[in-house]
Design a protein around this ligand. Structure first.
Ligand code: G6P
Length: 732
């Protein structure tokens, strides 16, 4: 078993300078705990930024950090102050963080931030490359490193790369605001497995992929050139036992007792979290304010303990938030406080485990109401810490955690009224009901703990790698390509059957009617001119277009998937009857659907009508297409036409002609000693099936096919043809 390389912005250590000395403190976040449960036999290494800029390190401190961390299985990635400003404070926390948490008005789009983000992702890549071995699995974490999977893929094409996003993936409508959206998707799709906390994020990600890159996906599998990338939800859990057993620890008990003694009989509401605007802290306090104003009976009877953990203090928005929060706490305490009663106990610091679990334990209610949160582990920890004890969780439906905590009081965190009602309901809920609700959630959290989470993710990563291997078993390897070229050279009578769109030219970034580029024209001319070659372009395009684009290269042409054939005499012939009266009843339907589906068009050919939806919204067009298909199947029942679904098209065409039958015109001639057929679409399958076993059939792409071999892309077909034409040396 290879090693596991974990790459994250942070290391599981805090390094701080105290009295001139460097201090290392373990900060075991969820991830570190999850990984610690992996079998001993799985060697682990963790790479990340040590949290201090290079400028703050003196003399030999870099070496000191390196050595100390090495002993803990960690490797530092050192960053300069300029890098931290542009990458961490800039692109990560002023661009991605606000945008992905649905705060577009706080989002800053700056080219220099983006440049530094790219540069730092490259620096992480260089560090990984210094230690990576072929068999290692690499697990990249979070929004700080979204370009890393692709960078690693370029340098380690076969390695296992997983990526997990710990924050939400926003709706594609928000994501598309990002000027660098293509690059971010491209970066992520370098991974083999992309994990999110919830199915909603998976759904948003997939719709971003299909809308922005036009890549296809089915059941969470995205086809990316030669690979399939799996996208799935893995809700991160907690170390359940650690929290549920905490109250057994005398130190925790003592802490809880201390707090209870201070607060007396009053009810305690707890709010804990990083001081981040995404956490809805101001709104929570405002709701508490409203609660006290509407419920005078609770003044003096309930205390809100608010623990705000300092974070990202280098970013202005965070500094401003602290000021607003402290003003608000002051106002509420001024308004409702008395000599013996402080309504809000405010702490601006992080709490060690014992104090935190002491607080969980003693609190009657936990108020977890972020405006947006990828998961939120506090909600889960609170429930775990309440083993066999009452306690009510109020959780925002905008957190990933709410998906698994349906027995809590789930609220819309933007509605102050809803939070006020939930606080009241929580304070007045009968203890038995509290216990019952918690029990169900505890069982769920116990089962899907953080160790299950990390094991699940890593086993899904191995599974997708196996699937990829199976799918690429028929890949046209360099050895087979070499043999193909040798066979070509040896032969005297060669037949080349070549599909056009998606095989000789790509779809991406070009208008559908752009026509062939000079490279492919020159290549086809050269191949056609060779006396030993018969080249046939076997296309679905209409004959006028084919004639215009390829009429002069000397190749034979097949148009409309075999409905028209132009051989050496340059005359078009058709095996079909000219009766196309059926078009009159079908055309109006297609036009109706075109009007109702912006971006779609109708193409009319001699023997077919085609509804194209490549340029329409993919999900909308898919639904419309299914409706249209049902209507067409019904309408064509008694006609001699068929309805076919292809690559972003729906085609109604006369039966009796297909690419296989067209190919027969040439295959029937005897004496070929070399046959090559290449295609990418379902219509090419009939051509592949018509071939004998020795013929070379090549499918562009990796979906199911009867072709003998697969290649990634148009580029690879062109390279192969160049090799055959003699434009490329035949040395491996
Ligand atoms: C969130 C992010 C993490 C990040 C953490 C603390 O949970 O998903 O990647 O490490 O916040 O933020 P900080 O900026 O202090 O690393």
């Amino acid at each position: 078993m290879g090693r596991l390389l974990v790459v994250a912005n942070r290391l599981p250590f805090n390094i701080a300078r105290k009295a001139k000395e460097l201090h290392f403190r373990q900060s075991p976040g969820g991830l570190a705990v999850g990984l610690s449960s992996l079998p001993e036999s799985c060697e682990r290494l963790w790479l990340g930024w040590p949290g201090m800029t290079n400028e703050k390190l003196k003399g030999k401190e870099e070496d000191q950090i390196r050595d100390r961390l090495a002993a803990e299985g960690c490797r530092p990635v050192f960053l300069s102050r300029r890098q931290v400003e542009g990458y961490y404070q800039g692109f990560c926390n002023k661009t991605i963080w606000p945008l992905f948490h649905y705060f577009p008005r706080r989002t800053v789009y700056e080219d220099r931030f983006w440049k530094t983000y790219r540069q730092v992702n490259e620096a992480f890549c260089d560090e990984v490359m210094k230690i990576a071995d072929k068999g290692d699995s690499i697990w990249v974490h979070d929004y700080q490193l979204m370009l890393l999977p692709k960078l690693l893929r370029e340098r380690l094409p076969d390695s296992k790369i997983g990526f997990f996003l710990h924050i939400p993936w926003p709706s594609s409508e928000i994501f598309r605001l990002l000027p660098w959206r293509e690059q971010i998707l491209d970066g992520l799709l370098g991974a083999d497995l992309i994990g999110f906390h919830t199915y909603d994020y998976v759904r948003h990600f997939l719709s971003s992929v299909s809308r922005i890159t036009a890549m296809e996906h089915t059941l969470g599998n995205v086809s990316v050139a030669n690979r399939v990338v799996k996208v799935d939800a893995f809700p991160m859990g907690i170390d359940y036992e650690k929290y549920s057993q905490a109250i057994g620890d005398p130190r925790v008990k003592k802490e809880a007792g201390k707090i209870r003694k201070r607060i007396g009989e009053r009810k305690i509401i707890l709010s804990v979290g990083r001081l981040d605007y995404s956490k809805g802290i101001i709104q929570r306090l405002e709701a508490f304010d409203l609660f006290l104003s509407q419920n005078p009976q609770y003044r003096g009877a309930v205390t809100l303990i608010m623990v705000a953990v300092p974070t990202r203090t280098g970013v202005e928005d965070y500094r401003e938030l602290r000021n607003s929060l402290e003003q608000l706490v002051g106002r509420i305490n001024g308004e409702y406080g008395t000599m013996g009663y402080i309504p809000v106990w405010y702490l601006y610091r992080s709490l060690p485990f014992v104090e935190l679990t002491g607080l969980y334990n003693v609190s009657d209610v936990a108020l977890v109401t972020p405006l947006r949160d990828g998961m939120n582990l506090v909600a889960k920890e609170y429930i775990a810490a309440k083993a066999d004890q009452p306690g009510v969780l109020v959780v925002s439906e905008m957190t990933g955690a709410a998906r698994e905590l349906g027995e809590a009081l789930v609220v819309n965190s933007c509605s102050k009224g809803a939070i006020v009602d939930a606080i009241k309901q929580a304070l007045e809920m009968p203890p038995l009901e509290q216990l019952e609700r918690n029990k169900i959630m505890q069982e769920r959290l116990r089962r899907y703990s953080v160790s299950r989470w990390s094991q699940d993710f890593l086993s899904a990563l191995s599974d997708i790698k196996k699937t990829q291997e199976r799918m690429s078993a028929n890949r046209l390897s360099p050895a087979i390509a070499k043999k193909l070229a040798q066979d070509y050279r040896k032969s005297r009578k060669r037949l080349l059957l070549l599909d056009y769109d998606g095989t000789l030219v790509g779809f991406k970034g070009k208008p559908a009617d752009a026509g062939p580029d000079t490279e492919i024209l020159a290549l086809l001319k050269k191949l056609t001119a060779h006396p030993n070659n018969t080249v046939v372009i076997v296309s679905g395009r209409d004959r006028t277009t084919l004639e215009k684009w390829l009429g002069e290269i000397g190749a034979a042409l097949v148009a409309e998937h075999g409905a028209w054939i132009r051989r050496d005499d340059r005359k078009w012939q058709t095996p079909l009857s000219r009766d196309t009266a059926w078009k009159e009843s079908i055309r109006p339907i297609l036009q109706l659907y075109t009007d109702r589906t912006p971006g779609s068009t109708v193409e009319e050919k001699d023997f077919s009508l085609v509804w194209h939806y490549r340029r329409a919204d993919p999900e909308f067009a898919y639904v419309r297409g299914q409706e249209l298909k049902a209507a067409l199947v019904n309408l064509t029942e008694n006609l001699d036409v068929g309805v076919f679904e292809g690559n972003k098209i729906l085609e109604v065409k006369s039966r009796g002609a297909n690419k296989g039958r067209a190919a027969e015109h040439w295959l029937a001639r005897r004496g070929w000693d070399f046959i090559l057929a290449a295609g990418d679409d379902y219509t090419d399958e009939e051509m592949f099936s018509a071939l004998s076993d020795e013929a070379y059939s090549i499918k562009v792409g990796f979906s199911a096919s009867t072709a003998r071999f697969n290649v990634d892309s148009v580029k690879e077909i062109r390279l192969l043809l160049k090799r055959l034409s003699g434009d490329l040396n035949d040395t491996p």
